[in-house]
Design a protein. Structure first.
Length: 301
């Protein structure tokens, strides 16, 4: 691996402190020392240092071996290279691994700079009235159509974008939706690592493949963008997004499509989160073990 450990690097010194705080939170069940900025499908986003964050540290599921970490590293950087080659600017992102633990496992972080809140997609839309001509919408839709195909996916929800000085940048690279001749290049086990072991076989076989494939269909990506505006409390922007998107789509999206998609998505992710919370209770209370993941709190949908 090009950079097998963050130790000895200025950024790595801070990551040691981040990981210490994460381990303390896992052991205690409390997040007092953490500045949690968000939870993704497979990463916890921590602002560091907590009092005045300068970097967003996205903690990945623990990799069982160095070879598993190396496979992820390869896909991660190939994905960024493909996005950049298609004209999509990615927020500067580095992948850092700690040295192997006693069992050979590897802890990894994707690190990005903290961006001004006013530059983030949701804040930009909240600062103005809905408009299908809004430059952020136009830029995001154009980049989706230019980037997404059967081998390259995007999670284009508005929280994954930043815009400064008319330059739009993409944030969400921890889940590389990259396909090759063998199928999805990302190891599906990384996607489902935080779910109870009994759920992993059906998730691996039936859920993960179609979910990942959906991000490689431009129409579904734009549908997901519109639907997630409800989660961001930006429902008033849905008609503007639909108008802007439908100018480019052969099969137009409707408000009913958005409502159905959002209800289905909210139900799926809500059920999966509840199952993870049950598993956390089981591990902590019954088995007396440290639960190895930090879960998001209640989510308003």
């Amino acid at each position: 691996m090009d950079d097998p450990s963050p130790l000895g690097h200025p950024q790595g010194d801070r990551l040691v402190d981040v990981e210490d705080a994460v381990q303390e939170a896992l052991a205690s069940g409390r997040e007092d020392r953490l500045r949690v900025l968000g939870h993704g499908a497979m990463s916890l986003v921590i602002g560091w240092p907590p009092a005045d964050p300068v970097m967003a540290c996205k903690r990945l599921p623990v990799f069982p071996s160095t070879s598993a970490a190396e496979r992820y590293q390869d896909v991660f950087y190939r994905y960024i290279a493909r996005l950049e080659a298609r004209g999509l600017h990615v927020v500067p992102s580095s992948l850092n691994f700690f040295d192997p633990g006693p069992d050979g496992s590897r802890v990894g972080y994707v690190v990005q700079p903290i961006l001004p809140r006013a530059s983030l997609g949701p804040a930009i839309l909240r600062a103005t009235s809905p408009d299908p001509e809004h430059p952020l919408l136009a830029a995001v839709i154009a980049r989706v159509l230019r980037t997404v195909d059967a081998r390259t996916g995007l999670d284009a929800q508005i929280s994954n974008w930043s815009m400064m000085d008319d330059t739009v940048r993409y944030l969400h690279v921890t889940t590389p939706f990259l396909y090759d001749d063998q199928g999805l290049a990302l190891d599906v086990d990384v996607l489902i690592a935080s779910y109870p072991w009994i759920l992993r076989p059906p998730l691996r076989r039936f859920a993960a493949p179609p979910i990942a494939a959906a991000y490689c269909d431009p129409r579904t990506v734009l549908l997901d963008l519109a639907a997630n505006l409800h989660k961001e409390r930006l429902t008033e922007w849905v008609p503007a997004v639909l108008e802007a998107a439908n100018r480019e789509l052969d099969e137009p999206l409707t408000a009913d499509d958005v409502r159905k998609y959002y209800r289905s998505s909210a139900l799926l992710w809500g059920v999966l989160l509840r199952l993870r919370r049950v598993d956390r209770w089981w591990q902590r209370t019954v088995r007396r073990r440290t639960y190895p993941f930090l879960l998001p709190g209640p989510t308003r949908r």
